[in-house]
Each structure stands twice: as C-alpha cells, then as structure tokens.
Design a binder for this molecule. Structure first.
Ligand SMILES: N[C@@H](CCC(=O)N[C@@H](CS)C(=O)NCC(=O)O)C(=O)O
Length: 205
C-alpha cells in the first residue's frame, strides 16, 4: 500500500499525524498539486473527490477523505486507546468535536484561503466575497473552541484524539488567512503549544 499526498498540506498532515500517533509507517508518494498532478484522469479514477490524500491498497482499492483513511488504520490496528474513542460516550464525543472542527473550522478555512488567494483558480471559480465571508465565519467560530478548552488539556475527551489532530491542523492553518491567535485565546494557545510538543506533530512540516 501507499499514500498519495503532498505532505505539507493540511489534509495530508491530518493523516500523517494520525499514523505517527499509531506508530505506523506507510510509503508515501508526493504529488505536485499546483502543477495539477491531481487533475489527470488517472488520478481522478483513484480519488473520488479528486484530492489528496488517497490511500492506495494492494488489492486495487483506493480510499480518499482523510478521516476515512484514519478509520481504516484504526480498524486495522485495534487499540484500547483508539483515537476515535473507546466507549460509546467517548466515540460520540470524538465524532461530535471532529465534525464540528472539520465542518465549522477546517472546511471554512479552506474555502476562505482558496477564494481569497485564488491558489486553484486554474481549476475552480474563485469568489472573493465568499473568501471574505468564510474568514469572518472562522473568526466567529474560534471562541467556541477557546471556551471548550477552558480547563481542558484535550478537545473531545480526557486524552488525545483525532479531534485534537483536526483542531491542531486548523489552528496551524490560520496564518494562511492572516489570522493571529491573540491574548484573547489563551486556552487555544496553551493547548496548541502542548500538542506541538508531541512527536507526531513535530515532523518538521
Ligand atoms: N475533505 C478532504 C479534503 C481534501 C483536500 O482538500 N485536499 C487538498 C489539499 S489539503 C487538495 O487535494 N487540493 C488540491 C485541489 O483542490 O485541486 C479530506 O479530508 O481528505
């Protein structure tokens, strides 16, 4: 098996951090997204969403969507400390926060960045006012993460989970939108600094 990716991108980082937490090494093939490596018919036949990361399995199956890839490895390597939670309550809390951070945070941030920078104008319509709106929505979302982290070391449950990975990648993406973590977000800053110390997130990217 191998992962098709561009290691520095946020979605590839989500999978990379997840695998590092599990101590799993998977061969990676780097694609040049700016050059359109993911726009070819061959790549699109592998990736349903036309994006990276994609997990290419030896049996000819391909899995895209970063969380789906993480779920595959979680199921393949059952652990008493699953990053998706263990008990029904933990699993629900992790799912809830991971979805909230993804839908209200990361996807909004991506839309903001893509539509403000025009980075992929060779392949999609760029709507600058939508970029402005997404940036604003993100600013209005961050206080709910700040409030959640008050007195907590982790976002969803009492230990590190995939929700922390999603949140960490989201916060690391903020400079792309010229958003700074100010003194008004001390909980996010404390939590982010602690997650940044983990070997899994410390891979030089
Ligand atoms: N929801 C997807 C998002 C994947 C995604 O947006 N990947 C970006 C890199 S972060 C990409 O492939 N961009 C190239 C393009 O849009 O053409 C996931 O979690 O895997």
């Amino acid at each position: 098996m191998k992962i098709l990716e561009l290691a520095s991108t946020p979605s590839a980082r989500r999978v990379g951090i997840f695998l590092a937490e599990l101590g799993i090494e998977v061969p990676r093939e780097q694609l040049n997204l700016r050059a359109g490596d993911n726009l070819t018919p061959e790549f699109k036949s592998k990736s349903v969403n036309g994006r990276i990361p994609v997990l290419a399995l030896d049996d000819g199956n391909y899995i895209c969507e970063s969380v789906a890839i993480c779920r595959y490895f979680d199921a393949l390597h059952p652990s008493r400390q699953s990053l998706f939670g263990n008990t029904p309550l933990e699993q629900a809390q992790v799912e809830m926060w991971n979805r909230v951070l993804e839908l209200n945070g990361l996807m909004v941030a991506f839309q903001g960045f893509r539509n403000l920078s025009g980075i992929f104008k060779d392949r999609e319509r760029v709507v600058e006012p939508w970029g402005v709106e997404c940036r604003q929505r993100l600013l209005e979302f961050l206080p709910s993460l700040e409030a959640r982290l008050n007195g907590r070391d982790f976002v969803a449950i009492d230990r590190f989970s995939i929700a922390d990975i999603t949140g960490f990648v989201l916060i690391g993406f903020l400079p792309r939108l010229d958003i700074e973590l100010t003194d008004t977000m001390p909980n996010i800053r404390r939590w982010y600094a602690a997650v940044a110390e983990r070997p899994s997130t410390n891979q030089g990217l």
